[in-house]
Design a protein around this ligand. Sequence first.
Ligand SMILES: *Cc1c(COP(=O)(O)O)cnc(C)c1O
Length: 402
Amino acid sequence: MSRFDQARIGTKAVWGGEKDYLVHGATQVPVIPSVAFGYDDMDEWYDVAIGKKKGHIYGRNTNPTVQAFEDKVKLLEGAKAGTSFSTGMAAVSNTLYTFLVPGDRVVTIKDTYGGTNKLFTEFLPRLQIEVVFCETGNHEQIEKEIAKGCTLLYLETPTNPTVKITDIKRTAQCAKASGALVVVDNTFATPINQNPLTLGADIVIHSATKFLGGHADALGGVVVGNDEELVEAIYHYREINGATMDPWAAYLLLRGMKTLDLRVKRQTENAMKLATFLEQSDLVESVFYPGLDTHPNHEIAKSQMKGYGGMLSFAVKGGIDTVRELLPRLEFANRAANLGSVETTVGPARTTSHVECTPEERAAMGISEGLIRVSCGIEDPDDILADFKQALESVNATISTN
Ligand SMILES: *Cc1c(COP(=O)(O)O)cnc(C)c1O
């Protein structure tokens, strides 16, 4: 094993996947926007075109800057193979469409990302693919449904916005026994805090738009796995379907990933501090964070995560009226539908993660109209706590004088 192989994840985040793509003595991977790659030797061109020899042919298939991005993610997740996409949703949909055919049965959880949930409720059923939704974190129900027949187990943990936790090892083991494929969306945890491949997943998906890029300025998605044939099949679907990552996005995401370890550690620390602080506030009804003892699956989170992540949510008393007063009073937070960026980002669940649902549907999922999702940034935690404190106190004062 080389010294690089033994290096820790923070070192791999900085150095990983870059060396093969440096040119002219540059220390940084260049953006190569060229759509086509030329060959004077007709035999070499043919060999590359049929995959016998390494190289690039056409930008929809592969691109050096994009490949450097893929190589870095592979190193971070400890995966043998990987491929990338224009967005996280392209990664999710292309993976599902690669493997599923009419008559298949998918077992999943109720709290997947909104776009993923739409694929399950709207698009897969019209191809006669059955999707079964289990209560997130109800392992007995998931196992029971897998036993009834399962082509693919699709998990996401922690989930959006109430950060529910599912035991990856336990459910993956059960799915494997039934011959099912195990796919895990690891966007919320990031490779710093959780590595589903070591817990039994076949395929790991990230919306690179979020924590991997970390600066809310580039869209992207990525899929990694240890079975090269599986990943190759997804790549093949994508090269034909055409949801290719742009080289400029790859460059920004690659640069962002160099600081992934630093950022996510700080975001995780900030989230723990903010969750603990919010639990003490009079205006707060409940706080959801896997790092809190009060979280129903705290023990599972502890066993499968290295850190509890930068995402949390909390419900305020007074519902949406309080949300309307509270969020504009925060100085160090973007009120936006994004997450995973260096800036703290807040939004009501009803406007962000679950905007497609009716209030009744949200209530059935345990998402109150007063639920606020927080993606913690990398700011100084004392400033963030002080900011939430002043906002909560000021809202409290307004309510009590009314
Ligand atoms: C945002 C997100 C996606 C979709 O990613 P896009 O890059 O927005 O397409 C998928 N899964 C999770 C968990 C997400 O947060």
